[in-house]
Design a protein around this ligand. Structure first.
Ligand code: NDP
Length: 239
């Protein structure tokens, strides 16, 4: 099995672990990075690094053209890129809100829509969207982020219905708190407060998210679509 896989935001954090996991199983992996240099580790292992800001449709289109030329149509898409801009509602500007939605939700729409073309032609495709436990539970100070991540659930489930008959699956992974740059922004006190709420009593490691994403694109998951899989140490149980 050597599929053409695309991971957005694959240059660090969860996306990097996902790209690494697909490379390890022999897939042809492309990943997007927005800033800086792509990680040498992935490039040396044969991954295709494509610079792309998912808030810009032209960049998304150009990225796909390059990937299609080098790896063929994308068969597995992991829409992972995302941002936070935390603020209490009273202080949250319209730009704080719309920019987070534009990356996390509309950005995901842009990359999924562009992948759809090739997947329909191939009559197969696996799409995994990285949401968050916060999209289901809500989170004070993260109304923009939580709304964007909840939006991904409705988006994926609509596409699961719309395109299931074409042999395309759309699933959502909802991680809890994972040790990455995104959560480094939290204070020690905030981290301790979060860990106290997690039945497993710790943050997730990035590999624990990557493993579930890999499963959802495997043959073992061929009858799973429209699912929201929590990988949150039990934090969001019941939601
Ligand atoms: P990081 O902040 O470590 O990485 C975010 C990634 O998204 C980077 O590669 C970044 O690129 C990319 N990105 C951000 N904005 C854009 C954009 N406009 N266009 C293209 N790429 C962009 O985050 P994590 O690895 O922690 O998170 C990955 C995903 O998992 C996100 O969707 C996040 O919301 C979600 N998640 C994370 C959790 C956590 O606890 N860490 C928990 C639940 C969900 P660049 O390096 O150029 O900035």
């Amino acid at each position: 099995m050597s599929r053409s896989v695309l991971v957005t935001g694959g240059n660090r954090g969860i996306g990097l672990a996902i790209a690494r996991a697909f490379l390890e199983q022999g897939d042809k992996v492309a990943f997007t990075y927005r800033s800086g240099e792509p990680p040498k580790e992935l490039v040396d292992a044969g991954a295709l690094a494509v610079r792309c800001d998912i808030t810009d449709s032209a960049q998304v289109d150009a990225a796909y053209k390059e990937i299609e030329e080098k790896h063929g149509n994308v068969e597995v898409l992991v829409a992972n890129a995302g941002v936070t801009k935390d603020q209490l509602l009273m202080r949250m500007s319209e730009e704080d809100f719309t920019s987070v939605l534009d990356t996390n939700l509309t950005g995901t729409f842009r990359v999924v829509k562009r992948a759809n073309r090739g997947m329909l032609r191939a009559k197969k495709g696996r799409v995994v969207l990285i949401s968050s436990v916060v999209g289901l539970l809500g989170s004070a100070g993260q109304a923009n982020y939580a709304a964007s991540k909840a939006g991904l659930v409705g988006f994926a489930r609509s596409l699961a219905r719309e395109l299931g008959s074409r042999n395309l699956t759309f699933n959502v992974v909802a991680p809890g708190f994972v040790d990455t740059d995104m959560t480094q922004a939290l204070t020690d006190e905030q981290r301790a407060g979060i860990v106290a709420q997690v039945p497993l009593g710790r943050y997730a490691q990035v590999e624990e998210i990557a493993g579930v994403v890999k499963f959802l694109t495997s043959d073992d998951a061929s009858y799973i679509t429209g699912a929201v899989i929590p990988v949150d140490g039990g934090l969001g149980m019941g939601h």
